[in-house]
Design a protein around this ligand. Structure first.
Ligand code: ASP
Ligand code: MG
Length: 464
């Protein structure tokens, strides 16, 4: 048994849905549970529709048109789709009259995207004589807390999924049981209100189903050959990473690679359920497999990512506070202002850290910190993260600084993640792509030549 998850762009229109339906049919023997995102940019469009409704305007035409035309082009009945679109229009009318939208009603609204896409896919599969049945996530046991827009699943979800999908899991080929087509991204809380799991949350839906049912593998289908060594828009020679660990992928996701939702690795960490990232345009390619640990010593570096628009904050204690008092106070201030920190480096009386330059409003924080420290805020920085085997950091850092020094690039801060799988460096935003290109060439070679040995032969000292 497997889980197959398809993201928004894979189901963006009738043609893509036909293609995905073909892929699903090809795996029918492996008893898939299918998890879908909303079609194309529907989630964004729904959020925009909520904002428009707040100003009294109802903009539903594009969403209606996309879903109705798709259903028509696929030659399926539109009853289920029409019913949901009607409910959606009523909701938007309500918002536009009240001029108010709470996080709870926003989740109710945004959930229509996934609810629509599973109805379309399941109707289409049935029209091809593949028995399928759409399931809203709460009907297969997804129950969350009430932290709307970014809800956490409750532990009972595991057992609920086993109860709801167990019979299908235990079934046999040819028993005629309908293949479940499940909405990604959404759940209900204990009061019965719809919640969402945070943007990109369909990955988590897929991995928790896969882990609860202990499937052979969870497949997440994308438009590229699995996880790549870096962003192919920056380095066109980017290669597929054949094997990565859950830890490595979680770090990749936190540091800007759009691979998988960062939290989606958590269920698999508990069960060791493998996740395979596959390319829907290159079905036979193995893609990348994500597992608990490497069996063979892999290449020292897995991938390089970059996150721009980062603000670097240097904080130096002016009161000669000892390090423990000082750091505690600094992080307390960040917590008070709900500002999350990405990368940190500290000394006895100073700490440098980075925050997301787009999100953070730093005025209040600065005011607090200035009571006991001098602050220097530097904008337009970038984080370049090397996902690697930190046990081999000297070997990796030697290669890193050798190439950066030759190109006169000054790294402004460096931090080795506690997870043992990442080294992060801060540089100027406008240097970030050059840094990524230089490092990619140094680690992975050029035109198939040079770079670290891909099978990972340890450096001469054994990496210690
Ligand atoms: N449709 C949601 C989003 O766009 C969830 C997902 O795609 O995973 O964030
Ligand atoms: Mg989406």
């Amino acid at each position: 048994m497997i889980v197959m998850k398809f993201g928004g762009s894979s189901v963006a229109n009738a043609e893509r849905i036909r293609h995905v339906a073909d892929i699903i049919r090809g795996f029918a023997d492996r008893r898939p549970v299918v998890v879908l995102s909303a079609m194309g940019d529907t989630t964004d469009d729904l959020l925009d529709a909520a904002d428009a409704a707040l100003t009294g305007v109802i903009t539903l035409d594009a969403i209606e048109k996309l879903h109705k035309t798709t259903a028509k082009e696929l030659g399926i009945a539109t009853t289920d789709v029409d019913a949901l679109l009607g409910e959606l229009r009523t909701l938007l009318t309500g918002i536009s009259m009240l001029r108010e939208v709470t996080p709870r009603s926003r989740d109710y609204l945004v959930a229509f995207g996934e609810r629509l896409s599973v109805r379309i896919m399941s109707a289409y599969l049935n029209s091809l004589n593949v028995r399928a049945e759409f399931r809203d996530a709460w009907d297969v046991g997804f129950i969350s807390d009430s932290n709307y827009t970014s809800a956490d699943l409750l532990p009972e979800t595991w057992e609920n999924i086993r109860k709801a999908l167990g019979p299908y899991a235990a079934g046999k080929k040819g028993d005629g049981m309908a293949m479940p087509i499940v909405t990604g991204f959404i759940a209900k809380d204990e009061k019965g209100f719809i919640t969402t799991l945070g943007r990109g949350g369909s990955d988590l839906t897929a991995t928790i189903i896969g882990s609860a049912l202990r499937v052979e593998e969870v497949q997440t289908w994308k438009d590229v050959d699995g996880i790549l060594t870096t962003d192919p828009r920056i380095v066109k020679e980017a290669r597929t990473v054949p094997v990565a660990t859950y830890d490595e992928v979680a770090e990749l996701a936190y540091f800007g690679a759009q691979v998988l939702h960062p939290r989606s690795m958590q269920p698999c960490l508990q069960t060791g359920t493998p996740v395979r990232v596959k390319n829907s345009y290159n079905i036979d390619a193995p893609g990348s497999i994500i597992v608990t640990s490497h069996e063979k010593a892999p290449s020292p570096v897995r991938a390089i990512t970059t996150k721009k628009n980062v603000t670097l904050i240097d904080i130096v204690s002016t009161r000669m506070l000892g390090q423990y008092g000082f750091l505690a106070k600094v992080f307390e201030s960040f917590a008070t202002h709900s500002i999350s920190v990405d990368v940190v480096a500290t000394s006895e009386v100073s700490v440098s850290l980075t925050v997301d330059g787009k999100k953070a409003n730093l005025a209040g924080l600065r005011h607090d910190l200035e009571k006991y420290a001098s602050i220097d805020i530097k904008k337009d920085k970038a984080i370049v993260t090397v996902i690697c085997d930190v046990r081999r950091s000297s070997y990796i850092l030697a290669a890193t600084f050798d190439v950066l020094a030759r190109d006169n690039i000054n790294v402004q801060m460096i931090s080795q993640g506690a997870s043992k799988v990442n080294i992060s460096m801060i540089c100027e935003s406008d240097e970030a792509e050059r840094v990524v290109r230089l490092l990619h060439e140094s680690y992975f070679g050029k035109d198939g030549k040079g770079g670290f040995p891909i099978d990972g032969g340890l450096p001469p000292n054994g990496g210690r």
